[in-house]
Design a binder for this molecule. Structure first.
Ligand code: CA2
Length: 148
């Protein structure tokens, strides 16, 4: 019996506040809504999503390490860690499957300090600026990247 490949969906700091503040930038949907979108898209491709949100860099790094050899792919919205957390870059570089970087907004169209992504160099795809639909697009990208 073979089980569905696992896609680890990681959400970085403050994303637990989605739907509560800054709706003009991030929309009104909650993180749970976005996870449900990702899960629905994954099911359509025979994939299963495992989600973790943390406000702590080390917790995200530990999850990336634990995904090695266990998860088929990682979708990550690192929140503000995107712009400076090189330890997350290094952890993702040691992951053996495809990594998809995901953002609700398009950081490159925002303040200059958001223009650098330390995750981009280790991501097979970056999906940004599509709001909540980005979660569906990210899972579509994973399915494409995992296709034989
Ligand atoms: O656009 C994205 O998805 C971001 O990764 C979101 C991060 C931001 O630092 C990145 O530059 C782009 C911020 C997530 C914080 O979300 C909040 C939600 C509600 C209230 C306050 C923050």
């Amino acid at each position: 019996m073979s089980s569905a490949p696992i896609v680890l969906l990681l959400s970085g700091p403050n994303l637990n506040l989605l739907g509560e503040r800054e709706p003009d930038v991030y929309g009104t949907a909650t993180l749970a809504d976005h996870v449900a979108t990702a899960e629905a898209a994954a099911t359509g491709h025979g994939l299963v999503v495992e989600h973790l949100q943390s406000n702590h860099e080390g917790v995200l790094i530990d999850a990336i390490h634990a995904a090695r050899g266990r998860c088929a792919a990682i979708v990550v919205n690192p929140g503000a860690f995107t712009h400076y957390a090189w330890a997350i870059h290094d952890a993702l570089a040691a992951f053996d499957g495809p990594v998809v970087e995901l953002h609700l907004s398009d950081p490159k169209q925002r303040e200059p300090w958001r223009h650098l992504s330390v995750v981009e160099p280790v991501a097979a795809r970056t999906i940004a600026g599509h709001g909540g639909d980005g979660y569906r697009l990210a899972l579509e990208a994973v399915a494409e990247l995992l296709a034989p």
